[in-house]
Design a protein around this ligand. Structure first.
Ligand code: GRF
Length: 202
């Protein structure tokens, strides 16, 4: 079985990257991580990738005058590595629509809320402030709108009375590590069918 080559974009710790690396260690997994790109040279996820023998690149957004030229560099690196799918895993940059459209249906993001609730930043804090009793995470296809796009997988967790941002984030993160590899496997294996905003298993 041909495994789909995947590029993962990170900015930080890369625990979701690690979950994908671990899943892809199984030869039967339908995707193979071939490149990890970080916009920050000090991202710990780069070490995780190197330990797994995966090629890494640092492309620092601060070296580019315009968003479009940064995105063009990312795009060239991903295509140069033969990537068929891109996974955003804690990548803290907003893209130009042109870049996103070039990967339409082939770029996934993990977001630590039950979308469409709580988009943007500090979403666990947003959930606590809103007083919701159930929180969670979402893997979705990336479209030009922020934290939008057809939902592939979601998982819910309870919000406990004594939760703070750290405890809630940790409970959600555990679920992120469970659903991201599942969502990537489904997309890589061609098991996702999109109808409007709905993604269904083919
Ligand atoms: C995760 O909570 C992810 O949902 C969000 O950023 C965080 C990244 O964590 N987009 P890590 O770098 O994967 O550990």
């Amino acid at each position: 079985m041909a495994r789909t080559p995947v590029g993962v974009l990170i900015s930080g710790g890369g625990s979701n990257l690690q979950a994908l690396i671990d899943a892809a260690a199984d030869p039967a997994y339908p995707a193979e991580i071939v490149l990890v790109i970080s916009n920050r040279a000090d991202a710990y996820g780069l070490e995780r990738a190197a330990k797994a023998g995966i090629a890494t690149r640092v492309i620092d957004h601060k070296g580019f005058a315009e968003r479009a030229s940064f995105d063009a560099e990312l795009d060239a690196a991903l295509r140069g590595a033969g990537c068929g799918i891109v996974c955003l895993a804690g990548f803290m940059r907003v893209f130009t629509p042109g870049f996103v459209e070039g990967w339409s249906g082939r770029m996934l993001n993990i977001h630590p809320s039950l979308l469409p609730s709580f988009k943007g930043l500090h979403v666990q804090r947003q959930a606590l402030e809103a007083g919701v009793k159930i929180a969670g995470c979402t893997v979705h296809l990336v479209t030009p709108d922020l934290d939008d796009g057809p939902i592939i997988e979601q998982a819910a967790v309870p919000v406990l009375d004594d939760d703070d941002e750290a405890t809630l984030s940790a409970r959600i993160l555990e679920q992120e590590h469970r659903i991201y590899p599942r969502a990537l496997a489904a997309l890589a294996a061609g098991r996702i069918r999109i109808e409007g905003r709905r993604a269904r298993s083919a």
